[in-house]
Design a protein around this ligand. Structure first.
Ligand code: 6PG
Length: 242
């Protein structure tokens, strides 16, 4: 049974606060269960604001059973300003002093094809595997103004259906190589949360949610977890065309 839920907030700050509460609730449930859970983080400005909230609202011990992964990574070193891992490290992981053995970054400094293969293999070793696909407990996604999600861009939509868990993508504007989870892993997750803010995303968000216009061209449209557990956290600006 599909349980798509749309949550709209006045602005990015209140969205970040609300989502951070969701995360805190999740952390409490996980601590009670005592079983490791696997969470994949996206890059971009929206997740970054949430990391900063979590730095201030959670404690190291709340994360004891959480293993962190990345949805995608730019092919840059971890200390590069564009590194998704590097930004999460500075804004949340280091301040909370989360243990290194609980972090599974994509090594953007390595050869892209080799690292995509390594990361996919690692996921199969670290996560539960169902029907041949590693299963995350929770994946946090953003959506670009062009309808990309993870690092799957409209001009490389075939990567969504890759049989591999990870693929090498190319940013259409800059040519920057990226490593990304593919659609089968994203849609196998037990819970997927989209975090979408800003008026520039309103036209595409409307097409995707209303299934109008060129929605079939947008990778974000294909996020439909088998669990049915898909949440859209949006701000008012992003939903202004709905
Ligand atoms: C990346 C992200 C990407 C991001 C979207 C939205 O590496 O850039 O994973 O998919 O989530 O571009 O980014 P904003 O939240 O900054 O709009």
């Amino acid at each position: 049974m599909e349980r798509r839920r749309h949550y709209v907030y006045p602005d990015p700050a209140s969205l970040a606060g609300a989502f951070a509460c969701e995360v805190s609730n999740f952390l409490m449930e996980v601590s009670d269960s005592g079983k490791p859970v696997h969470v994949a983080l996206s890059g971009g400005s929206t997740p970054l604001s949430i990391f900063k909230q979590l730095k201030d609202t959670t404690l190291k011990e709340h994360w004891t059973f959480v293993r962190l992964y990345w949805v995608d990574e730019r092919c840059v070193p971890p200390d590069h300003e564009e590194s998704n891992y590097g930004n999460a490290l500075k804004s949340m992981i280091q301040p909370l002093d989360l243990p290194g053995e609980h972090l599974h970054r994509i090594r953007g400094e390595e050869d892209p094809a080799s690292e995509a293969a390594r990361y996919g293999q690692m996921l199969s070793e670290q996560l539960p595997v169902e029907r041949g696909v590693p299963v995350f407990d929770w994946i946090w996604l953003g959506m670009g103004e062009d309808g990309h999600t993870a690092s799957i861009f409209p001009d490389q939509l075939h990567l969504w259906n890759s049989p591999e868990s990870c693929a090498v993508a190319t940013h259409p504007g800059t040519g920057q190589k990226r490593i990304t989870l593919t659609g089968n892993v994203i849609n196998a997750a037990r819970r997927v949360s989209f975090l979408v803010t800003g008026e520039k995303k309103a036209p595409l968000l409307n097409e995707i949610i209303m299934k109008e216009g060129r929605y079939l061209e947008y990778p974000a449209f294909y996020v439909a977890p088998d669990s049915g557990n898909l949440e859209w956290f949006m701000d008012k600006d992003a939903t202004s065309w709905l």
